[in-house]
Design a protein around this ligand. Structure first.
Ligand code: GLY
Length: 354
């Protein structure tokens, strides 16, 4: 099924069960795929181009150095300007492949075939490509929209349960950005993933990134849950998966919104979030470990009133509201201190109760 996207949108978006070879590029192309998926790809009757690369890229190798052998390989083949690179894998592989495609010959076309729920629900759409630097995640990258996104849910069947739950948090994020509590509650229940949720999330994100491709305003809303989430993820030494950290960040953002005087969320939502997140409590780092990471947030900016002696850092925080779209507010990292304490106490109380 091809999803409706805004007119002139750079990426055609398809959501299917089984991979379909007709959606591969028409002209010359090559494949950069996760080695774990090679069997599934071939078994599904999908073609393997002569110069395909099947690679394994662990999270800690989402770095520029990983791209160099791929670029050298394409240059040796050689791949020309009219070629398309097809990226098949999870977010680490697709972010890096998109970056490599943006660099090779100063930019060749690419398609993204995300195979994890996290990548389908968020990472693959919107043209953000990137790699990590020692100072933080995704600190280098380019906006390079894929020509086509093909999400095939059959690839999800081999994912471990923890990975599926991990991706679900990006879907919950999408609901909370819009203040859609009923949808969020639906996705927080036990039960199978629904294709309609992914479809709805992709349609919403396509609209946002079309209106604001370079994150000058509205696109920042997609960072809901990511401010505290990124800090918790890094402070856990990446024991927390990205989506899990976002889930904790979402609950944190609901609490911070309330502390900032916005309309409180119903106890039913906060309780459900807490119940689902309580098993992660042992991986939540103490506040002193999180504070420096929050201050280093990619979206941090010195506030205009700073003096050289005491620069004041503010971070863009996205605050959700029940039944209304989330809002942005620039706050000092310290604003999260009370939220972090309340979050931890809610998780611990729930763990004791369970
Ligand atoms: N993952 C957030 C964005 O694409 O802007």
């Amino acid at each position: 099924m091809r999803l409706a996207t805004p007119s002139g949108f750079a990426t055609e978006v398809f959501l299917l069960e089984r991979p379909d070879r007709d959606l591969l590029p028409e002209g010359p192309w090559t494949l950069l795929g996760d080695a774990c998926l090679r069997n599934a790809w071939i078994t599904a009757g999908m073609p393997e181009p002569a110069h395909a690369l099947w690679v394994t890229v662990p999270e800690e190798e989402k770095i520029l150095r990983s791209l160099i052998p791929w670029l050298e390989h394409w240059a040796r083949v050689p791949l020309h300007r009219d070629a398309t690179v097809v990226a098949l894998g999870g977010g680490v592989l697709t972010d890096l492949t998109g970056l490599a495609a943006s660099l090779y010959l100063r930019g060749v076309a690419w398609q993204v075939w995300p195979t994890t729920l996290l990548a389908m629900a968020d990472a693959a759409l919107g043209g953000k490509t990137g790699a990590d630097l020692a100072a933080g995640k995704n600190l280098v990258g380019a906006f390079h929209f894929p020509r086509r996104l093909v999400a095939c849910t059959d690839f999800l069947t081999s994912l471990p349960e923890r990975q599926l739950q991990n991706g679900r948090w990006e879907l919950v994020k999408t609901a909370l950005i819009q203040g859609e509590l009923a949808w969020a509650m639906d996705m927080l229940q036990d039960g199978p993933l629904k294709l309609a949720w992914v479809e709805r999330a992709l349609a919403f994100k396509a609209g946002v990134v079309h209106r604001d491709p370079r994150e000058a305003g509205e696109r920042r809303l997609l960072n809901l849950g990511h401010t505290l989430g990124h800090a918790l993820e890094a402070a856990s030494g990446y024991q927390l998966l990205h989506g899990e950290a976002v889930g904790l960040g979402l609950l944190g953002a609901c609490l911070l919104a309330e502390e900032q005087g916005l309309k409180p969320f119903p106890a039913s939502l906060l309780d459900t979030l807490t119940r689902r997140l309580a098993p992660l409590a042992p991986m939540v780092a103490p506040w002193p470990d999180c504070l420096p990471l929050l201050a280093r947030d990619k979206k941090a900016a010195r506030s205009s009133g700073h003096t050289e002696k005491a620069p004041t850092v503010e971070i863009q925080c996205i605050l959700p509201r029940p039944n209304e779209p989330a809002v942005q507010r620039a706050l000092p990292p310290q604003a999260w201190a009370a939220t972090h304490a309340r979050l931890l106490s809610m998780l611990h109380q729930e763990s004791l109760r369970a």
